[in-house]
Ligand binder design. Structure first.
Ligand SMILES: NC(=O)c1ccc[n+]([C@@H]2O[C@H](COP(=O)([O-])OP(=O)(O)OC[C@H]3O[C@@H](n4cnc5c(N)ncnc54)[C@H](OP(=O)(O)O)[C@@H]3O)[C@@H](O)[C@H]2O)c1
Length: 228
């Protein structure tokens, strides 16, 4: 696994910052776990930051509300990571420039009742992994698929930062850029999970809702059976 800023931060240094787009069930669950791990969080929704404050006091106390366009301002200089936790039907509202230059963690899933943007529906129709379409849309970021195949309700309790990797729940990571994949794996370690690379973005198909990894409490060996 490659060395990452989220792993190498020393006491006394400012906490790394991760940006999260989407402050719903998934986004706030990720935020809580990051904050418990000592990683600061900037988070955005459709609401202006002032309107988001009360919601965050309840669901992710300590997370900093920001405008969508500012989601990567602090993250770019520290962790380098923004997590995308916005419903796929809303993705045309997310400006790719907001996340330019970041490692963008695609934590989204396709649900049948969603009216998808045309560029994403085309990928679904061709049975391509949706994160490959996202990588095309957000081409100024390095897209890594992760965090989509665990339910928000399992996320707080699933994190075991004090346990050895072998005693932790395993989460899959897929990405074409090895360094970006390593960065996300470092973040997951810090959050209390055991990250397992399954290979390039195309391999991320197994993490999608109809795939064998979705919403299952997995150990490393369970995921490695499917890795490329
Ligand atoms: N729920 C889970 O267990 C889970 C787990 C892993 C992954 N996921 C995936 O994560 C995605 C979000 O799911 P969710 O359950 O968290 O949905 P949710 O509870 O409905 O929350 C969606 C959030 O996205 C925000 N949003 C919508 N459009 C936006 C935009 N243009 N810019 C910034 N924020 C925007 C919403 O803002 P407002 O608050 O202002 O409405 C809301 O905070 C889905 O693709 C889902 O499949 C979900």
């Amino acid at each position: 696994m490659s060395e990452s800023p989220v792993e190498t931060v020393s006491p006394g240094e400012p906490a790394p910052v991760v940006g999260i787009l989407g402050a719903g069930r998934a986004g706030t669950a990720f935020a809580r776990t990051l904050l418990r791990a000592g990683i600061a969080v900037d988070i955005a929704s459709t609401r202006p930051p002032r309107a988001l404050q009360h919601h965050l006091k309840i669901y992710a106390p300590g997370a900093q509300p920001v405008e969508g366009e500012d989601i990567a301002v602090r993250a770019r200089d520290t962790s380098g990571i923004v997590i995308l936790a916005v419903p796929q039907e809303e993705l045309d509202e997310v400006d790719p420039d907001w996340v330019a230059g970041t490692v963008l963690v695609d934590a989204t899933n396709t649900w049948q009742d969603e009216l998808l943007p045309g560029w994403l529906q085309a990928a679904v129709d061709e049975q391509l992994p949706t994160s490959m379409a996202l990588a095309g849309r957000f081409s100024s970021a390095r897209v890594v698929k992760a965090l989509n195949h665990i339910a928000h309700a399992d996320f707080d309790d699933g994190a075991r930062p004090d346990a050895d990797l072998s005693g932790r729940r395993a989460l899959a990571v897929a990405g074409d850029d090895e360094a970006a994949r390593g960065l996300v794996m470092g973040l997951l370690v810090r959050m209390g999970y055991d990250p397992v690379s399954v290979g390039p973005l195309a391999a991320g198909r197994i993490m999608e809702p109809d795939g064998p990894l979705f919403n299952r409490p997995l150990r490393r060996e369970d995921i490695l059976r499917f890795a490329r």
